[in-house]
Design a protein around this ligand. Sequence first.
Ligand code: SAH
Ligand code: SF4
Ligand code: F3S
Length: 537
Amino acid sequence: MIDTRRQDDASGDRRSDQPGGRGGKSVYLETFGCQMNELDSELVRGQLTALGYRFIDEPGDADVILYNTCSVREQAENKVLSRVGRVGIEKKDGSAVVLGVIGCMAEREGASMMTRYPQIDLMCGPGELDRLPMLLDNAMKTDAVEHADRIALQGNRTRRTSTLAAAEDDLEMLDLSRAFDPDRAAAGGRSAYVRITRGCNKFCTYCVVPHTRGAEVHRPPDHIVDECRRLADQGVIEITLLGQTVNHYIYTHGTSLTVDGREMPQVGPGLKAFRETNAAAGQRVTTFADLLHRIHEEVPAIERLRFVTSYPRDFTDDALAVMAASPRICNYLHVPAQSGSNRMLKAMNRGYTVEEYLEFIDRARAALDDVSIAGDIIVGFPGETEEDFEATKELIRRVRFKNNFIFKYSPRPGTVAINRFDDDVPFEVKRRRNNELLELQAEISAEVHREYVGRTVDVFVEQVSRRSQARQGNVELRWQQPQVQMTGRTAGDLITAFDLPAGFSPDEMIGRIVPITVTSSGPLLLTGHPAESPVPQ
Ligand code: SAH
Ligand code: SF4
Ligand code: F3S
């Protein structure tokens, strides 16, 4: 059976042979895509661990392989398809592994992917993850080789209808049941993500996310603050709030309640409605600024609070004011411009002009000391001329981003752009523009970094540097340079490297905030040494 509808009893009348279902079965989970997916993978891990599944780091011995997938560009999907292909060969050779494709690709492709790839046993979109254990249990009991009972759950498309509220409440339960595992979390268990909104209502013409993640939904503020508090109780000191347009967060109280009076997630307003809702009097609302303030005040153990991704429109002065007044909120903004040409921004349906973008950047720089600004740019959007491209270069120079993620336009099925515009910028041109922007951004990043030389910055230590990790694995190099290098980030998200102080192990440094005096810099990082001898903890 292949079923793309929401299934309330997809596992039929089958029962687990023991409570918790598949005790002892091993799962290999690989995550692609954005931080939302990383957080979803954490939820999946918690959910399945509680049911007795064991997570392993290599796919070789797994009973279950799960790919948590991304659809944002074709390349992201191709990575998954090559893995799926490999599992297909192994299954032909007799492997009985259960293969699940979850996340955005499962939502976008659904049953058609199962038809093309019979090795896939189950698919589950991001809006259906609360049902994954049931799906998996079902697949484990089915003869995986026969593929008698295969299910693809997609929910986000249908959830734009009346079922949204109830389904969102189920998803909310999954977020609330989060089993944070410090041993698996980043930076020695001291850094975590917290979702504040799901989905996206913006429908930029190139983007698949509104189709895969569904309507924009805002979580109740009490749930978010509680989650931050619980993470802090478990030792977390850095939290990154997540939302596709995170600064559009707004929760209107008293309008979305469960029958027992609990607040539940609520569908967010569209682009136009956002301003009107803000202006509406009489209803008690928690704005993005209010939410930042609450977390900062109510969970002071969080020493670093960040948020991604900001939308360049509607970033209010009160949110900037809260940032400026709150020492534990990082002066860091990831606020993608996408293009420096108004013609392109219009075709992309971004809803702002270059002038409005720059006005926001000026406001942010005026309000926030040392604010670090990062962004995303798409090159080769349909119709992009050399003139449009030059305008993007100009924007990059003007804003002086600390870094930019630069992407070549990739037409995505289901989006407006693929239907309306020819992908008419040749690949070679996309590649050249991409490289030119990488070069330009590297120059600007190097300039931004240079301004920090001689200063002392607080660095949240994350890991042994990649270079040191490589050296550790290479006996000859280890002999040449026994010194271990650590890396971490400043409040403005600048990557900073320093030598591990004598007498400390890497684990003793990871997850701490250490003052580092910057002695040199390059396009990628700052380098320095501890400003004072670290105190053992
Ligand atoms: N919500 C965020 C971005 C989410 S997707 C925002 O609006 O800023 C992350 C980035 O992928 C986007 O900022 C965009 O630069 C890039 N992207 C999205 N769709 C793309 C496509 N079809 N081709 C190339 N890049 C794309
Ligand atoms: Fe995609 Fe635009 Fe939504 Fe960002 S705001 S997720 S780019 S549709
Ligand atoms: Fe990719 Fe889905 Fe994130 S498409 S970028 S994993 S929201």
